[in-house]
Design a binder for this molecule. Structure first.
Ligand code: EPU
Length: 431
């Protein structure tokens, strides 16, 4: 499938953001921890939740949609402790290790492998679960785990505040014997939302100062109903789209609390916003100005935001910098922007002040952007979810026609992107 886009128009109007992909998928896995129903409202109907639904069903869950965006999952019993026959894959199955070990004492999930944004190892997950009593065999294609004496609480210090490792530990610890303390934990809003769901299910989880999360294991969890927090990444995509096309877009559901760092960066670059009770308006304040961005763990500037922000920087006056400190290889998509007329050069040197794990390692993780440049339409192939959204935004900025292939990647994370864009006045068709 491809999108054919004719760009160069200001986009105007409103969109509604659904629940966050990166919370919904984890909550679906959390539902495996109980035999009772878990109801998720504001549920995003996207590729990644479909893939996770297949995972949950394979393990024994019954998944029903009470309404289009209300999903109920119930796993009366774990029918299968292996999830090796999934037809499509994402990075979620490794999070099922804890729930499976808690409920049936064994688990086998597919190996994840690297992808187009970096190597993405899961060593922190494996080390943490091992400290909690899991015995994990890493085979060529899978992680095979047992917990001969059950999972038990442990003190775990993460070398890096990994989102996935933090979630994996929490999901394993809620039903483990004793107390688990995670130091240097990730505290992204999506993780806090997962914690809120687990609390409703009967878990005891404390949030301390300085990235410490303490989980006191309980014997049993029960069902719950939860409304998933809005997708911050989708909000940022539409905010950048509004400013990049010099349009004005109201993003219903956008919450200021989770976007503070982004909103500051947007204003520095020359974008602006007004916050309403039920959403945020995004628009341009004047000429866009060069700025410097460094990605970081929450509450820093999120790695998933640098790609749409990059399009703004191609339209900003002067020389801008982006220093990506979360993934070593998340700037490959700048080649697409250069093909469209942008002037972006990538460097292995850290062009910023944050402590960075990639210093001196030779990964091209810093970018220098000279602007403004006039973008022109091009033929592009989507590399990964977030950079796919960049291809769309850039194509909507560029006068002329662009053809974007491999759009299934974008649909893993954005619900009805085509309909939403058309509603804003974009010329986009699927071919
Ligand atoms: N890392 C390790 N070892 C580990 C785990 C992580 O070295 O055991 C490294 C990774 O290689 C990476 C960094 O730590 O360099 C960050 O990884 P993290 O575990 O925090 O990320 P993740 O859980 O794999 C989630 C989101 C990503 C988002 C990141 C950072 C999901 C499904 N994915 O990934 O979202 O960029 O957190 O916030 O929640 C996306 O939505 O497009 C996406 C990639």
């Amino acid at each position: 499938m491809k999108f054919l886009i004719r760009g160069g128009k200001k986009l105007l109007g409103g969109v509604v953001v659904p629940g966050a992909k990166n919370a919904a998928t984890k909550m679906m896995v959390a539902s495996l921890l109980t035999a009772e129903p878990v109801v998720l409202k504001n549920f995003p109907r996207i590729g990644d939740t479909e893939i996770t639904q297949e995972l949950c069903e394979l393990l024994g869950a019954k998944v029903d949609f009470l309404e289009k965006n209300i999903c109920q999952l119930q796993t009366l019993e774990i029918k299968n402790h292996q999830a090796l026959t999934l037809s499509r894959k994402n990075r979620i199955p490794i999070l099922a290790l804890g729930p499976l070990l808690s409920r049936v004492g064994r688990a086998e999930v597919p190996a994840l492998g690297g992808d187009k944004i970096g190597h993405r190892p899961v060593d922190l997950h494996v080390r943490a679960l091992t400290l909690m009593g899991a015995e994990i065999e890493v085979t060529e294609n899978s992680y095979r785990a047992t917990a001969p004496n059950g999972l038990r609480g442990a003190n775990i210090k993460l070398d890096f505040p990994s989102v996935g490792a933090t979630e994996n530990i929490i999901l394993a610890a809620v039903l483990a014997k004793g107390t688990t303390v995670i130091s240097n934990a990730a505290v992204e809003p999506e993780i806090l939302d997962l914690i809120k769901l687990l609390q409703k299910m009967g878990a005891i989880i404390e949030l301390g100062a300085d990235r410490v999360i303490t989980i006191c294991g309980v014997l049993k969890l029960h069902g719950a109903t939860h409304t998933i927090l809005p997708d911050r990444n989708e909000v940022v995509s539409f905010a950048c789209l509004a400013v990049a096309t010099d349009g004005k877009i109201f993003v219903r559901g956008a919450k200021q609390d989770d976007l503070i760092t982004f909103l500051n960066a947007l204003r520095k670059v020359g974008g602006d916003y007004t916050v309403d009770d039920d959403g945020i308006w995004f628009f341009r304040a004047g000429e866009l100005k060069a700025t410097e961005i460094e990605t970081d763990s929450h509450p820093g500037f999120m790695t998933d935001w640098q790609q749409p922000f990059m399009v703004l920087l191609t339209q900003a006056n002067g020389v801008s910098f982006i220093h990506e400190t979360i993934y070593e290889d998340r700037l490959g998509y700048t080649k697409d922007l250069n093909k469209m007329g942008a002037e972006i050069t990538v460097f292995p040197k850290c062009l910023g002040e944050l402590k960075c794990r990639f210093n001196g390692m030779g990964f091209n993780h810093s970018a220098v952007i000279t602007g403004p440049t006039r973008l022109k339409g091009a033929e592009l192939e989507v590399r990964d979810l977030r950079s796919g959204m960049v291809d769309i935004i850039a194509a909507l900025v560029a006068p002329g026609e662009s053809v974007i292939s491999n759009i299934e990647e974008i649909e893993r994370g954005y619900e009805d992107i085509e309909g939403k864009l058309r509603g804003l006045g974009a010329e986009i068709v699927r071919v």
